[in-house]
Design a protein around this ligand. Structure first.
Ligand code: ZN
Length: 305
């Protein structure tokens, strides 16, 4: 009897614990405490995966990060969010977007929210405007500026754990040392080399590395506007490849099309090395730094040939 009573009491205590646990949860995993964060995580939405790893690393366990677009097999420029994607913005306290008309659907989603989250617009952080090249995750200085801004906003949103976010930022910055080192090394050995590109995604990095762009202007403008270059622009690019004016061709593997593959064939025939780059993070890379370093090393190898 006493034993049964004890068991009943235990069950009652367990039931009470379960009820308490349910009561303390607000229903979404995003506001629960996790890992090494001393408080409930702040819900964060990142529009495109180029920024997701960085934001995840900076937020750590004090952020519940949801990324909307993350596919290296699709073209982010053509992306249309689904209704389910738009629902993911609900409850976000921080939204990180690329801006520069790259992901305007994200800004539109934010505009529909009753409770406006803090927004970090990478293009604005980089002091660029609509019409400028939007591929700013390829601009090392801007990557660091955006990261600094994300950390500053996280600290404002969760001031109690400001030092946690500062520690995360220091650790992330340290993890970027191979990226800094690769850029510095490249500048010492390959600065002044020429390149042409099938698309403008690598533009800012090429500039940071000291490479000279020999892609015909007409070709650059046409691809930036999402249209086909004129036959004379295509001819000019093929000519430059055939005449040895281009040390390396930078080829975006994420955009398929007759013209890029024609350019690639010309480069192959003319023995111009080709370096593949992608717009978003390809599968197989767990960090932004690993992805970028891999591409930088491939470029250095191509130019060393
Ligand atoms: Zn692009």
């Amino acid at each position: 009897m006493a034993r049964n009573c004890g068991r009943a009491l235990l069950l009652a205590v367990l039931a009470a614990l379960v009820l308490t646990a349910c009561g303390s949860s607000t229903g979404t995993s995003s506001t629960e405490q996790k890992g090494d964060c001393p408080t409930a995580a702040v819900p964060v939405v990142v529009s495109v995966d180029q920024w997701a790893d960085i934001v995840n690393r900076l937020a750590g366990d004090c952020g519940a990060v949801t990324t909307i677009f993350k596919s290296a097999s699709a073209d982010p420029h053509d992306y249309e969010p689904t209704p389910a994607d738009l629902v993911k913005f609900t409850g976000a306290k921080l939204v990180v977007v690329n801006g520069l008309d790259y992901d305007s659907w994200a800004a539109k989603a934010v505009a529909t929210l009753d409770r406006k989250p803090t927004v970090v617009d990478a293009g604005r952080v980089a002091a660029l405007r609509g019409g400028d090249n939007p591929h700013i995750w390829y601009a090392p200085d801007d990557v660091y500026k955006v990261a600094d801004t994300v950390t500053a906003k996280l600290k404002l949103l969760l001031p109690k754990v400001a030092t946690y976010f500062e520690r995360r930022h220091t650790a992330w910055r340290a993890s970027m040392r191979p990226y800094d080192a690769e850029i510095a090394k490249f500048k010492r050995v390959a600065s002044g080399s020429t390149f042409a590109a099938t698309e403008g995604i690598f533009f800012y990095m090429a500039k940071a590395l000291g490479l000279t762009d020999t892609t015909p202007r007409g070709y650059v403008t046409a691809t930036a506007n999402g249209s086909d270059p004129s036959p004379s622009d295509l001819n000019a690019l093929q000519h430059a490849l055939e005449n040895g004016e281009v040390n390396v061709l930078i080829y975006n593997t994420q955009t398929q099309g007759a013209i890029p593959s024609q350019v690639r064939s010309t480069a192959t025939a003319a023995s111009v090395p080709i370096v593949k780059v992608t717009e978003s993070v390809p599968s197989g890379f767990s960090t932004f730094e690993a992805w970028q370093v891999s591409q930088l090393r491939a470029l250095a190898r191509a130019l060393a040939r």
